[in-house]
Design a protein around this ligand. Structure first.
Ligand SMILES: Nc1ncnc2c1ncn2[C@@H]1O[C@H](COP(=O)(O)OP(=O)(O)OP(=O)(O)O)[C@@H](O)[C@H]1O
Ligand SMILES: [Mg+2]
Length: 275
């Protein structure tokens, strides 16, 4: 089943040298699966994710021949339609939590506000917020709930943001380098939560990362971006057979992938992770 259909997505920013296309004719379909996007810094990964959610920063402009989520044409979506979709059915974990967390509101209030879409009573909202913080391995949820974003470390902020994005159980999650500031053990827990949402709740996941090794072990399919274009699309298991020289180059930069250390090996299904 197709959740997201993207055809010829292009994002353009004006510049002194004229319009610069930072995303060029990107096309893919996403079902209820894990799709990785990899590529070097500046290749257009984040701008692709943001354009899908209608969050291209001004003065940039996104265009597409098709941009459809669950059959809804996003290109002409009204503000009202976006309100019903964004943060509810489609969410994005931004690369930098600073841009997603409200600096003047406690984490607890932000989480409860997000939970309003799925829980009506305040007690229930709070309960869900605490449960999500625990799910992302925050051991002292009460303290974190009372804290403002600037009082948290980068990794804690990232986890709070992941909790906030997942609290509504979206159908589509775009996770932009969601684990880059986390310790390996916490990273594994976060991947496990994401994995569980895909396999048991049928969420579609776009997982953006520069970490080819992580993506190839965690995702089902991988898009490789270079200078705004998708230069190769592979099943994650076929990464070793990548044809494109850029992809091969990316692989060449990696330390050898040792079967024993793949994160997926620790991603067992666990009923206890049901939210
Ligand atoms: N607000 C903006 N104005 C102009 N150009 C921008 C803007 N945001 C991004 N760009 C340009 O768009 C290109 C793609 O940026 P993008 O953030 O998508 O890269 P990325 O692949 O996510 O990189 P990274 O791995 O560093 O996060 C870059 O060349 C960047 O300079
Ligand atoms: Mg980025």
């Amino acid at each position: 089943m197709t959740l997201l259909d993207v055809q010829n997505l292009t994002v353009t920013f004006p510049s002194r040298q004229g319009p610069q296309q930072v995303v060029r004719n990107v096309s893919f379909m996403l079902g209820r699966e894990r799709l990785g996007i990899v590529g070097e810094s500046g290749s257009g990964k984040s701008q692709t994710g943001r354009a899908i959610l209608g969050l291209t920063p001004a003065p940039g402009r996104a265009t597409a021949d098709t941009l459809a989520f669950d059959g809804i044409d996003l290109r002409g979506a009204s503000a009202k339609q976006w309100r019903a979709l964004r943060g509810a059915r489609m969410s994005m974990v931004m690369q930098d939590p600073k841009f997603s967390l409200n600096p003047v509101m406690t984490i607890g209030r932000q989480l409860a506000e997000a939970a309003r879409r799925v829980a009506s009573s305040r007690a229930e909202q709070r309960e869900r917020a605490v449960a999500m913080l625990e799910a992302v391995q925050i051991r002292d949820p009460a303290r974190v709930m009372a804290a403002y974003p600037h009082e948290l470390s980068g990794g804690m902020g990232q986890r709070a943001m992941i909790a906030m994005m997942l609290i509504t159980e979206p159908d589509l999650l775009i996770a932009d380098e969601p684990t880059s500031a986390l310790d390996v053990t916490v990273q594994i827990e976060v991947l496990r939560i994401l994995d569980d949402l895909v396999t048991t709740r049928g969420m579609g996941l776009i997982f953006i990362s520069h970490d080819l090794r992580l993506v190839s072990s965690f995702c089902d399919r991988v898009l490789v971006m270079y200078a705004g274009r998708v230069v190769e699309e592979l099943r994650a298991t076929e990464l070793q057979q990548a044809q494109h020289p850029y992809t091969r180059g990316l692989m060449g930069c990696l330390p050898r992938i040792d079967g024993n250390t793949r994160p997926l090996a620790t991603l067992q299904r666990d009923e206890a992770w049901a939210l």
